[in-house]
Design a binder for this molecule. Structure first.
Ligand code: CDP
Length: 131
């Protein structure tokens, strides 16, 4: 079976990490995630991330580096995460989310992350704290 990749962004701006609260589907609503979505066939993962952040948040972002590792979501779907820099725009929850928060490195435990996002969030917080 082909494995489909979901890309998500640890979006940094002014020393904070962006967290997004899902509004759907019902079993995920209310949990927090790193924003992103599925890579389309033939699409580069970094391009998919730029597209998803534009669609979901209305911002332009630049992928910086891959956070090592990948995390299974369900059979045939894995999560990969990149750090990203906010280039322009102020994120708004346009699609898939109903709230956003900017978290300082010592605040990243304050939201109820989707479990599969936690390892990448921990690593992103360490990278942010290290400057
Ligand atoms: O919008 P699109 O269909 O491309 O993707 P999505 O519905 O946002 O995400 C696809 C799947 O990846 C969903 O099951 C999400 O729960 C999961 N996901 C995740 O676990 N962690 C993220 N940071 C982003 C998506």
């Amino acid at each position: 079976m082909d494995v489909r990749v979901v890309v998500a962004g640890a979006v940094f701006d002014r020393g904070r990490l962006l967290a997004a609260r899902r509004s759907a589907p019902p079993e995920l609503a209310g949990r927090w995630e790193l924003p992103g979505g599925k890579v389309e066939p033939g699409e580069r993962p970094e391009d998919a991330l730029v597209r998803e952040l534009r669609e979901e948040l209305g911002v332009e972002a630049e992928p910086l580096e891959r956070i090592p590792g990948e995390w299974p979501l369900k059979p045939g779907l894995v999560l990969r995460v990149w750090t990203a820099r906010l280039v322009s725009g102020e994120p708004r929850p346009l699609e898939d989310h109903d709230a956003l928060r900017w978290l300082a490195p010592d605040e990243t435990d304050e939201v109820d992350w989707l479990p599969q996002d936690r390892p990448a969030v921990g690593e992103a917080a360490r990278m942010l704290a290290a400057g």
